[in-house]
Ligand binder design. Structure first.
Ligand code: NOJ
Length: 763
């Protein structure tokens, strides 16, 4: 009886929740039906039109006559407008001066924070800390919603194995499982329980559906072509996870999939997204994604717009193809009124769920701005989270942490910049606010005479490239002095100091949209500077700023310590000081492979074995799958990252050497902090399916735990393995687990693991 009672209670509570939800849904349907009955066809089409606000421009085309279009019901939403007063006034025009007074939805690229900026998503993913990632999205939602925004174009979850692509900086690296966990954490941070009961809950938009991270040659917007088996096993999971988490909207990608641009791809937008995964929200195109189908070569504006609507796109960002051609397509029977109604209903439902019909100014309470944006509390959290995103790549002889008594030569074009700190896609940031690294180090030491700064070089020799790499106000102040003069000053500075801290790498706009690179070295002028600094014989720490994996073979061989700090957000400088001086022990682990050279790309840990694999650690064997001039191994593999302490792993203990489809087993290791600092370690679980009906990767990430241990402390870390975790998409695209042998691997990165075996048996 005792057991039954809570069960009954639970069921009846569930039933109450269920009827409550049904009631809300039918109230919403009633409301939307009634409204749609009053709407003209033009007004319905107007709801499908998303206009660029013009404040923050993130594409080439521009929209015009916005106010007039709002009055005549030709706009459903606006994006990238900053400022609650401005948004309030625009909303006023919609709800006071348009015939049906339908409120607008206001979107923005709030990608890694609003004014309090967190690390670029690639950096954030290296924290492997789901609570911290959720918290970053929560703070972003609180700040953005205090400034009029109710919809963010985030999370970006495109898996990518090609660091030439500039937008690797915006995603979560190369692993679909980790990407899926991060998608869920971010959506929870933005949408909370998906009820939008509170004005700090905003709608998320998972993007860019689908496969945008796999363009040929790493060139942005380029063709994507892959087998369906590869897409479902290796690229799709993060989008699906977002749908499972209840994401409110999906953004179509620019690229083609199977020869059809995503914005016109019915298989993607309807069959997979809605029919297979059960997505119920709305789909928005990317910026001019619809009109770009003309250049893709599949029709004129009228035809591509009709195709997009038919495929399942509900909202047209910037193209105005829906606005200008859907009526004609309806007359010509290329689309039906039902197609328009379906899309219009989804947009109106989103506005209803957000509560905008009850209160169009729900997100426009001007008093929240000063209380909620860029607060000390948010900044403190951003600082802590930033310090968790840094990855220590090398630390010979324990050079780091630095001693505060040492005199430090701080050298490099990235050492004394403010606007470069937040990183790409931080459109709401106030670029005058971040602390420079120089200022942060001086403050941390409390004795500015100990820090000696010299610029040392420009970002690159090539002034034109530097101009492209410092757009959107991310100035580095190009120095007009010659390279020799800058170098001389740097070397003289270095000679006076105990240790050299070289702040080098990419500028923030060297990654991000339309920032692909064909060379992944640290830019020329800086490399020359680094080589000269190393020649001084002084200990050198390379403090690496980057939005992507770089090729660092020379640096790894010659520089004593390398700390990769990505772009850590508005509080990056303070966080860097925390790690450099040992206030925080670095714990970040790479979520993307760093190759030895460019020719190895694509290089990723979860590759297939081939029929002629080369043994790990081997250089070359004739008639094996390898290169003549470089081995197959990564310079720094997926999951890699050092700490100021060291960790030891015991062998794996399995609760059983076999399991069947209905039960599970436990794999455990004992982790010991064998060094002299307290520290956190990301313990990683990988599994290999040794024999499949189709070929399977050499390993796949299936779990991870971030564990904090005091010096000398040990702890058992356990993972449960279920048959569900062993599933993959087979030749017929069925999601199945197959009986047979498996290898289980637990370790500190994807290369250095302990291994055990088990068998999955038929029941
Ligand atoms: C284009 C980008 O691909 C997308 O990520 C972004 O959300 C839109 N522009 C809006 O700025």
């Amino acid at each position: 009886m005792k057991k039954i009672f809570p069960l009954l209670l639970l069921c009846s509570l569930g039933a109450i929740a269920c009827t409550q939800q049904q009631k809300e849904t039918s109230e919403m349907s009633r409301f939307v039906n009634k409204l749609m009955d009053e709407m003209t066809l033009d007004e319905k089409i107007g709801q499908l039109n998303l206009s660029g606000g013009g404040d923050i421009v993130t594409g080439q085309a521009r929209n015009s006559n916005t106010a007039e279009k709002i009055r005549s019901g030709q706009i459903g939403g606006l994006f990238n407008i900053k400022g609650v007063e401005k948004i309030r006034e625009i909303q006023r025009v919609a709800v006071e001066e348009s015939r049906l007074k339908i409120p607008l939805i206001f979107g923005m690229d709030v990608i890694h924070g609003y004014e309090t900026v967190f690390p670029i998503p690639l950096g954030l993913s290296c924290s492997w800390n789901m609570e911290a990632i959720e918290e970053s999205a929560r703070i972003a939602a609180i700040e953005a919603s205090s400034d009029g925004i109710c919809w963010t174009f985030s999370p970006m979850v495109d898996v990518s194995r090609d660091p030439r692509w500039g937008r690797v900086s915006e995603g979560n690296g190369e692993d679909p499982f980790l990407g899926g966990q991060i998608a869920k954490a971010m959506i929870k941070g933005y949408q909370q329980d998906n009820s939008y009961s509170d004005p700090t809950h905003i709608m998320a938009c998972v993007k860019h559906y689908a496969l945008y991270g796999a363009p040929e040659g790493g060139r942005d917007y380029n063709t994507v072509d892959m087998s369906r088996q590869r897409m479902f096993n290796e690229y799709m999971y993060p989008y699906q996870a977002a749908v499972e988490a209840g994401v409110a909207s999906v953004m179509a990608s620019f690229n083609e999939v199977d020869g059809v641009p995503a914005s016109g791809n019915k298989w993607l937008m309807t069959e997979v997204l809605r029919e297979k995964w059960g997505f119920e929200g709305f789909v928005v195109s990317d910026y001019t994604g619809i009109s770009e189908m003309i250049a893709h070569g599949i029709g004129n504006l009228q035809n591509v717009s009709a195709r997009a609507l038919k495929a399942g796109i509900d909202m047209d960002m910037v193209s105005e193809g829906f606005l200008s051609t859907l009526k004609k397509s309806l007359d010509e029977k290329k689309i039906t009124e039902n197609d328009i109604n379906k899309a219009c209903r989804r947009i109106l439902e989103a506005k209803y769920k957000l509560g905008l019909f009850d209160n169009p100014y729900k997100y426009c309470d001007g008093t929240r701005r000063s209380k909620n944006i860029y607060t000390q509390e948010h900044r403190d959290k951003a600082r802590r989270i930033a310090s968790e995103s840094f990855v220590l790549l090398k630390n010979q002889d324990g050079l780091l942490p630095l001693k505060k008594q040492a005199s430090i030569a701080l050298i490099g074009p990235l050492a004394n910049t403010r606007s470069n700190m937040p990183g790409t896609w931080s459109v709401a940031a106030d670029l005058s606010k971040p602390t420079t690294l120089l200022e942060a180090l001086q403050k941390a030491i409390g004795d500015s005479s100990k820090i000696h700064y010299a610029k040392g070089s420009n970002l690159t020799e090539d002034a034109e490239l530097e101009a492209r790499a410092t757009m959107f106000g991310r100035e580095l102040g190009r120095d007009s002095r010659s390279h020799e003069t800058l170098l001389k000053e740097a070397l003289e500075t270095a000679q006076r100091c105990d240790v050299i801290l070289a702040a080098l790498g990419e500028s923030s706009e060297m990654s991000g949209e339309s920032s692909s690179r064909s060379n992944l070295d640290i830019p020329d002028a800086q490399q020359r500077l680094l080589k000269e600094l190393v020649k001084t014989g002084k200990p050198v720490v390379l403090l690496l700023f980057t939005g992507r994996p770089l090729t660092l073979s020379w640096e790894d061989a010659h520089v004593q310590s390398i700390l990769n700090v990505w772009f850590g957000g508005s509080e990056a400088a303070e966080a860097i000081a925390d790690v450099l001086f040992g206030e925080v022990n670095p714990s970040g682990k790479l979520t993307c492979t760093f190759p030895k050279n460019l020719g190895q790309i694509p290089l990723y840990y979860n590759h297939k074995n081939t029929g002629r694999p080369l043994a790990t650690g081997k250089w070359f064997e004739k008639f094996r799958s390898n290169y003549l001039d470089v081995d197959n191994d990564a310079l720094y593999p997926f999951g890699y990252g050092l700490s100021y302490t060291s960790f030891e792993y015991s062998e794996i203990r399995l609760s059983s050497k076999e399991m069947n489809f209905n039960n599970q087993l436990t794999a455990s290791i004992v982790l010991r902090n064998s060094g002299s600092f307290a520290g956190s370690e990301v313990v990683q679980l990988y599994i290999r399916d040794c024999e499949g009906s189709v070929t399977r990767p050499v390993k796949e990430l299936k779990g991870f735990q971030k564990v904090t241990l005091q010096a000398g402390e040990s702890r058992e870390v356990s993972f449960t393995v279920t048959a569900e975790m062993l599933k993959f998409y087979n030749y017929d695209l069925k999601h199945v687990a197959e009986a047979g042998d498996f290898e289980i691997m637990i370790g500190t990165n994807s290369r250095d693991v302990k291994t055990a075996k088990f068998e999955l048996k038929e029941n």
